[in-house]
Structures are given as structure tokens and as C-alpha cells.
Write a protein that binds this ligand. Structure first.
Ligand SMILES: Nc1ncnc2c1ncn2[C@@H]1O[C@H](COP(=O)(O)OP(=O)(O)OP(=O)(O)O)[C@@H](O)[C@H]1O
Length: 305
């Protein structure tokens, strides 16, 4: 079991609070995406889970073990970085196996077979004797994935692994990552600032803002029921349109009435227990219904702040 539990995790760099009191539970086998604007703390959160950064306070558990003070190499995690972090003078094969003997107990022959198998799985079986300068961006990315896979980790931590690839290859690798995850089922946390990537890859998506998680939900729920205006603005393309409304907070379903000239009440898709109805706006997500070939507007109530 490789459930990940974060309890009140905090990471500060001097005055900067990069991770602010985050508690999060990632079930075994989940593909969780961390998404948010540049500087919101995604990479720092990932690096703190991996042990590359030490937390200021709080606790991290992986599986049944509290790993807060455990060395990175002993946490059962494998990390893939944006720049792939390959050794330039080593072949793809050597990059994948370097340091492997301290992670798995396999003979040299078994390691050789495992490298070949992982190489075939990732479509780089015949490129293993090349050095990184003779590999394309996508091939280097596969070598980095292969290195992580060989370690048979309990948890994959991926930090924007596709961001250096062109759009077409990124689409292809995204589909391959989904297939790979369906096959091996390893608990994965994936960092991106690209909401399309987040919405297509994640079982759940955690939207981060200023060191905090604003909402963690399935892509569909995030889209239909954003818990804050920040989430509503960040998720969805085209972006939601917003209108100020008055809310009858206690009715079920929640009914919002447009302020100004219009007075039509809108039954909303979500039923939020609003304690401060004056802080509400109605967000209109635009969706094209393929069946009816027309634009459908889905009103959902959003906290405005
Ligand atoms: N080693 C460091 N020393 C000081 N401040 C840091 C350090 N690493 C990160 N920070 C700060 O912590 C905050 C969060 O940074 P982080 O890199 O985690 O954000 P991010 O969401 O991953 O951004 P990006 O998408 O641009 O990579 C930022 O304000 C950043 O300047």
C-alpha cells in the first residue's frame, strides 16, 4: 500500500511561505495532479514529499511509514524532473541503471533484462546505447521515466515532465502516461501549470494558490463546482464569465438572482452552504454540447474573494 498522507505540511524559505499548512490524503494507486500558477509552491511541495527539501513543520507518511525524517533514497519514491536530469556522458542504459543496485536486489543479468523490458515498454529498446545528446527530447523523457520505473517505487513524483516537448509529442506522451499508469497503478503525483494536462491526466486535481490547496476534486467536479473564484478562473477554457448575484442561502436547490435589471432566479448546479451570500458570484461555464451542436451555459455558484 502506498497511500500518501500530508499533515499540516509547511515549508518556508526565509520570509517566503512556499507550502502553507497543507493536509492531503492521496489514496493508493491514485494519479493526483498538482496544478497552479507559477510560484504557487507546486515544485516545493513535490520536493518536500520526495525529501529533497526538508519541511519546516508537519508530517509526511508514505504507505504505513512516517517518512518525515527519512532520507530521500529510502522513501520509496522515484522522481522525474522537467529537465530529465540525465548524465550527459552516460548511455541511456547506464543512465537508467546507475545507482540501481542500492534500490533493488537483482543480479547483473536480471538488471539487463529489466532494462531491456522497460526500454521496450517505453519504445526506446533500440536506443539504449546512445548518449543523451543523440536522443530527442521525447526519447530523453522516456529514459528518465525508464530510470524511475526500474526502481519499482511505491510512488512516482513527476515535476512538469512534458513541458520541454513540442505540443504534438506532449499529447502523445500524455496518452502514454495514462496507459502506463493504468497498467502499473503506482501512486503518482504530477506537477504542471497546464490546466489541460491536469484535467486530462488526473484522477483528482489539486488546485494550488499561494502555497495552499484551494480545492482537490475530480476534473469534472472542479469544472462544474469550483469552490472559489480562483479555481473558477483557473480551470476551464474558455474561462467562466461572472455576474454578481443575490443568493437565497437557505433554499434547496440554491437559487441565485442576478443583481441589477434582471431578476430571473437561477437554480445552480451546486448546492453550497453559503454563510455570506453577499460574497457570491454566478459563474457561467460555456460548453458545447456535441449532441445538440449548441453552446450550453452551466451556471454555478462561486465564492467571490
Ligand atoms: N530554494 C529556494 N529558496 C528561496 N525561495 C524559494 C526556493 N525555492 C522556491 N522558492 C520560492 O517558493 C515559492 C514557490 O516556488 P515553487 O518553485 O515551489 O513554485 P511552482 O509553483 O513550482 O512554480 P513554477 O510553476 O514556476 O515552477 C516561490 O515564491 C519561490 O520563489
Amino acid at each position: 500500500m502506498a497511500r500518501i498522507e500530508l499533515e499540516s505540511l509547511q515549508k518556508e524559505f526565509g520570509e517566503t511561505v512556499a507550502v502553507n499548512d497543507i493536509s492531503l490524503s492521496v489514496p493508493d494507486g491514485e494519479f493526483l495532479v498538482l496544478v497552479g500558477p507559477s510560484g504557487c509552491g507546486k515544485s516545493t511541495l513535490l520536493r518536500t514529499i520526495s525529501g529533497l527539501e526538508s519541511q519546516t513543520s508537519g508530517d509526511i507518511s508514505i504507505g504505513d511509514e512516517r517518512v518525515t525524517n527519512v532520507e530521500p533514497k529510502d522513501r520509496g519514491v522515484a522522481m522525474v524532473f522537467q529537465d530529465y536530469a540525465l548524465y550527459p556522458h552516460m548511455t541511456a542504459r547506464r543512465n537508467m541503471t546507475f545507482g540501481l543496485d542500492s534500490h533493488v536486489s537483482m543480479s547483473d543479468d536480471e538488471i539487463e533484462q529489466a532494462v531491456q523490458d522497460v526500454g521496450e515498454t517505453l519504445g526506446i529498446g533500440d536506443l539504449l546505447n546512445r548518449t543523451p545528446d543523440a536522443l530527442s527530447g521525447g526519447e530523453k523523457q522516456r529514459v528518465a521515466m525508464g530510470r524511475a520505473l526500474l526502481r519499482e517505487p511505491d510512488v512516482f513524483l513527476l515535476d512538469e515532465p512534458l513541458s520541454n516537448l513540442d505540443a504534438k509529442l506532449r499529447d502523445q506522451m500524455r496518452a502514454e502516461l495514462t496507459q502506463l499508469h493504468e497498467r502499473i497503478g503506482t501512486t503518482t503525483i504530477y506537477v504542471t501549470h497546464d490546466q489541460t494536462e491536469a484535467m486530462t491526466l488526473g484522477d483528482r486535481v489539486a488546485v494550488m494558490n499561494d502555497g495552499e490547496i484551494e480545492q482537490v476534486e475530480s476534473p469534472q467536479v472542479l469544472y462544474d463546482e469550483p469552490a472559489s473564484r480562483f479555481v473558477a478562473e483557473f480551470i476551464g477554457s474558455p474561462q467562466m464569465n461572472f455576474l454578481p448575484v443575490d443568493v437565497e442561502g437557505r433554499s434547496r436547490p440554491t437559487v441565485a438572482t442576478l443583481q441589477g435589471h434582471l431578476t430571473s432566479p437561477f437554480p445552480t448546479t451546486n448546492d453550497m452552504p453559503f454563510t455570506a451570500p453577499e460574497n457570491a458570484v454566478l459563474g457561467f461555464a460555456q460548453r458545447t454540447s456535441i449532441l445538440h451542436k449548441r453552446l450550453r451555459m452551466t451556471p454555478s455558484l462561486v465564492r467571490s474573494r
